[in-house]
Structures are given as structure tokens and as C-alpha cells.
Ligand binder design. Sequence first.
Ligand code: NAP
Length: 302
Amino acid sequence: MACKMLDGEKRAAEIKEELKKELAELAARGVKPHLVAVQVGENKASEVYIRSQQKAFSELGIDYTLKTLPGDITKDALVKEIEALNGDGTYTGIILQMPLPQQINAREIQACISPDKDVEAINARNMGKLVAGDLTLGPCTAAAAMELYKTTGEPLKGKDVVVVGHSEIVGKPLALMLLWHPTESATPTVCHIATKDLKAHLKRADVVFVAVGKAGLVNGADLKPGAIAIDIGINRVPVKDKDGNPVLNEKGKPKMKTVGDIDAESAEKVCSWLSPVPGGVGPITVVMLMRNTVRLAGMAGG
Ligand code: NAP
């Protein structure tokens, strides 16, 4: 069976066009979405994410403000900062950039963000809405994976779906999204580090979503022929030559590449649909952040 590759860039571009229309409607109502990103301390990885967010937001003309706070800030001072942003009418959305310094518990701070400004849709009220089948907002990566799945055109109704990874930002909300409808839902199984026989679950799955962060965790041989596989993982691995030796860059250091959690070469031989890494879920994730920002602004704007 020929495997078709899912196109995250294409779907991201389509959703951006939909967002432009939503933004025009909001503008006509005098509503202007404005996201404030809070970065605590310095971190190279989060700076890369911030730059890509800034680029994406400016492309659609959505206001984006970066607020940087010192890395030695106390928990109480950070809570006060978040509370001030909750009450500041300039901003319709707040995102807390990860990672936070060690002295700060991310979950505690995220819980302080007003649910009305929670663009990552991860606080208890917004997660609770997923339980009730309301998918208006969703944690960005899980929502992006669902959007990419939808481009297959395959109904999820009744399908055996295996989600690998049960994090609060991906695996758990994804399972809730798969259970969204009283009669049209899939049949999700969520696997994690304590799952006894991951391969047995994978082998019977019509659809797999993998969000772990381990390159090559899933091999094509583990999958059911014709399965649809959505790879959410992002891993940096050394490039190897045909003999398996690392390829060096011009500085004499190992050349690196980005891969997912699924071994793409073997999966292409068995899957009906496969999402590439990069170019699959990733490009849609930042668009989901913009969609949540637009939707929350719209809800607040009456
Ligand atoms: P995470 O919080 O570290 O969660 C990883 C999950 O995988 C945990 O639930 C863990 O279970 C489970 N796990 C670990 N080893 C496993 C194994 N051998 N078998 C089955 N499950 C296993 O990571 P995350 O934030 O959800 O991100 C997961 C991956 O998605 C990462 O590669 C990340 O870079 C990527 N990601 C991609 C995007 C995107 O836009 N494409 C966005 C965010 C994240 P335990 O908790 O029980 O250990």
C-alpha cells in the first residue's frame, strides 16, 4: 500500500486564512487580540519558540508583547505579575514560556492564569471543557495533532486509536478530544511508561498518535498494515552516513537532524498515512496558539 504523507504546512496555511476572517470580524466589533508572553530568566530553547511565535503573530497582525522577568524571581512575585496581567485589559491572552527556573513550580503558576486568558488551554476549567466535549479551545499540540489527522478525511468514529504518552499538554487532552462526541467518538487507549506491552497495543491500532520524545520508539513493524500514524515527537539526532558513522559539520561537530518518535522509513512501508517530522504537527501548533488567542479575545469581547 502506498503511504500518503500528511502536510502540516498546508493545513497551517489554511487555518491561518480562516483566522484572518475571524480577525476581520473581531476588528469590526472593536476587538483586538493581544497576547503577552512571559519569559522568566534566559533560555536558548524558549527564545527559539518565542521568535517563531513573534514571527507567526506578526504575519497575521496579532499583537504580541514579550515580558521578561529575572530568573531569580520568587514564586510570590511571579504570581503577582501574573495576577496583574490577568487584570490588565491591554492583554486578551497570556502564555508562560517554559522552562521556568528551578525554584518555580510551573503547574502552580499556570493555574494562576485566568481561564479567560489561558491561551494554552491547560488550566482546570479549560481542560474540564474538553471532558464535556467542548473543543473550542484545546492545548495547542493536541489540537494541532487532531487538525492534522482530520486532513486524512477518515472518520474517527469507533476507530481503535492508541495514544503513546500521557502528558498534560499532549496525550491526556488528545484522549479527551478523541472522546468528544456521544456517538461519533473513537476508542482511545493511552499508553505510557508503565504500559505492559506497548507493541501489542500498537499492532491492533487503526490510528496511532505518538508523543514521547524518543527517536525510533515506534517502528513500522510494530504497526498494523494500513494504520494512520501521527508523529508528535521532536528529537535531535546525529546524521549518519551509509556505514552508520556520524557525519561531521564544517566545525567538526556531529551534524544533527530533527526526527520524530516513529521510524519514518519503516513506517512508510506499512502506513496508509504518516505525518512527517519536521513538517507535520509542528507547523500547526503555533497556529493553534493563535487560534486560541483569537477565540479567547472573541469570547471576552462579547
Ligand atoms: P513529556 O511531558 O516528557 O511526556 C512524555 C510522555 O511519554 C510521558 O507521558 C511519558 O510517560 C511517556 N513515555 C516515556 N517513555 C515512554 C515509553 N517508553 N513508552 C511509552 N510512553 C513513554 O513530553 P511532552 O511535552 O508531552 O512532549 C512529547 C514529545 O512531543 C516531545 O518529543 C516534544 O518535543 C514533542 N512536542 C512536539 C510539539 C509539536 O508542536 N510537534 C509540541 C510539544 C511537544 P511517564 O510520564 O509515565 O514517564
